[in-house]
Design a protein around this ligand. Structure first.
Ligand SMILES: Cc1cc2nc3c(=O)[nH]c(=O)nc-3n(C[C@H](O)[C@H](O)[C@H](O)COP(=O)(O)O)c2cc1C
Ligand code: SF4
Length: 470
């Protein structure tokens, strides 16, 4: 990798370990099949087609790869959930919705290295027995969709897709499906409904786990763009070598997207758990802007609970060892430690806020997004997300009362765990964490004089709804 030249100003940081982003911003690189093949591309597909499909699933299991789309679920284990006696068609769906605020990694793969994704998808299809796959791409990526269309055409013409791929006897087609611009289409069952041509109301799990009852009620594997790219590298390196990257249970590399109040925001591919939050923010991203101090960070996309930069955590660090106290800066960027710290690694979107930021504004910004994006299927999420938004609208307008902060918190807890899909948590966790960690600051922006506004008819209605029914 050392002989690879990158465009001036876009060289990877020395702490990065690039597998997935190896070709991003590379001098002389373009998304064509020729370029990809001249660099050894599609060799892993050729190799994989000689394996037993089950052996590939086992290799992915052994690699420890965990999904990079949000939940961090082990990819090989998910593939293994396809019912063993299944007689229906199996589908693979690449989730290219990339809708989680703060996340901007998949778009670079789609724009600059589409054949890496296609190769990963065809290997994955072969492993799970899928002959038809879809790339569900968000509406806001029209250019990426065109680049992908061209790449798929090239792959078809080169017999890397279609019938009897590379003479192996394996048939596989990939189609692109363009979304219409809804965050909920990133949720896998909402995505499936949308792909079926319906309103994207997520399905309840259980029973509708896609691996058993997915697209057209057939077994369906939904994986994120980045996750599917890793499959190619697992075949290339072998599971054992791949698992040496990162840390046990948190293997491989992942792309973190840093935005907000740092000197050098951007995308960075790091070994999972081998870098701490402090190293990422200070060494890789150049620290806070001049004259500023870090105040808070959302570590895994906007749905992840916010962390204060002066917090201490009592956690097993590294995972599996005795608990000990660590500072915010000492948190290793892995799935398990971030979960133990009460938040999540999620989709890798690290949103940084310095001491110039008002938390009321930040929370209102999040609440606006979630109130707009709720699909409306379940009452707690549909009504609650709007109520939360209305309260923080009042807060930023200087019209909230101290009791509003309790109402806000109460609404969040009435949503959390009571909805069809995880959007319920996505919209309530930011509120719960913000009230928990920045209550004093939020309350300082309220006034008892606004109590009458808080007790308006609408607020009363909210309060009555939230009273436990005796
Ligand atoms: C509200 C919501 C939005 C989501 N948006 C995305 C998304 O844009 N991209 C994505 O890959 N996963 C998204 N997910 C996670 C998917 O449901 C699913 O877990 C993921 O695509 C599985 O892929 P992985 O196992 O490779 O991570 C979202 C989940 C929820 C609850
Ligand atoms: S939780 Fe929200 S987004 Fe999910 S199904 Fe219910 S209303 Fe729709």
């Amino acid at each position: 990798m050392s002989d690879i030249q990158y465009i001036d100003g876009k060289q990877p940081h020395q702490r990065e370990h690039r597998l997935i982003f190896k070709n991003i911003d590379r001098v002389g690189w373009n998304p064509s099949l020729d370029t990809y093949r001249n660099d050894g591309g599609y060799k892993q597909l050729k190799d994989a087609l000689k394996w037993e499909p089950k052996a590939i699933t086992n290799e992915v299991k052994k690699s420890g790869l965990r999904g990079r789309g949000g939940a961090g679920f082990p990819t090989g284990v998910k593939w293994g959930f396809i019912p063993p006696n299944n007689t229906k068609p199996v589908y693979l769906i690449c989730n290219a919705d990339e809708s989680e605020p703060g996340t901007f990694k998949d778009r670079y793969i789609l724009h600059q290295d589409p054949h890496q994704l296609i190769e990963g998808m065809v290997i994955s299809c072969f492993a799970v027995g899928a002959h038809l796959a879809y790339i569900y791409i968000r509406e806001e990526f029209p250019e990426a969709a065109e680049i992908l269309e061209r790449a798929l055409e090239e792959a078809r013409n080169a017999n890397l897709l279609g019938d009897n791929i590379l003479g192996s006897g394996f048939n596989c087609q990939i189609h692109i499906h363009r979304g219409a611009g809804a965050y909920i289409c990133g949720e896998e069952t909402g995505l499936i409904e949308s792909l079926e041509g319906k309103r994207p109301y997520p399905r309840i799990k259980p029973p509708y786990f896609p691996a058993a009852m997915g697209l057209y009620m057939c077994p369906t594997i939904v994986n994120n763009v980045e996750s599917l790219c890793h499959v190619k590298h697992i075949i290339q390196m072998g599971a054992e070598e791949y698992a040496k990257l990162g840390t046990p249970r948190n293997t491989g590399t992942r792309i973190v997207c840093v935005s907000g109040d740092v000197k050098k925001p951007g995308y960075f591919e790091i070994q999972v758990g081998k870098m701490t939050m402090g190293e990422l923010l200070n060494d890789v991203c150049g620290g806070p802007k001049d004259g500023r101090k870090f105040k808070a960070v959302i570590p895994g996309g906007s749905s992840a609970k916010i962390l204060r930069c002066d917090e201490k955590f009592n956690v097993s660090c590294p995972p599996g060892t005795e608990k000990r106290e660590i500072s915010f800066e000492e948190i290793p960027l892995d799935f398990d430690t971030l979960a133990a710290c009460g938040t999540m690694a999620g989709s890798g979107g690290v949103i940084v806020m310095d001491d110039s930021r008002k938390m009321s504004w930040v929370l209102n910004n999040l609440n606006k997004f979630y109130a707009h994006e709720s699909c409306g299927q379940c009452t707690p999420c549909r009504e609650g997300s709007t109520w939360m938004r209305k309260i923080t609208d009042r807060l930023v307008a200087g019209k909230a009362s101290p009791s509003d902060i309790d109402t806000l918190n109460s609404i969040a807890y009435q949503i959390d765990g009571k909805t069809v899909c995880a959007f319920g948590e996505a919209c309530s966790w930011p509120v719960e964490a913000m009230v928990d960690k920045f209550r004093a600051e939020l309350v300082s922006e309220t006034s008892e004089d606004n109590e009458s506004i808080a007790h308006s008819a609408e607020s009363e209605a909210q309060r009555r709804f939230l009273q436990p029914q005796g």
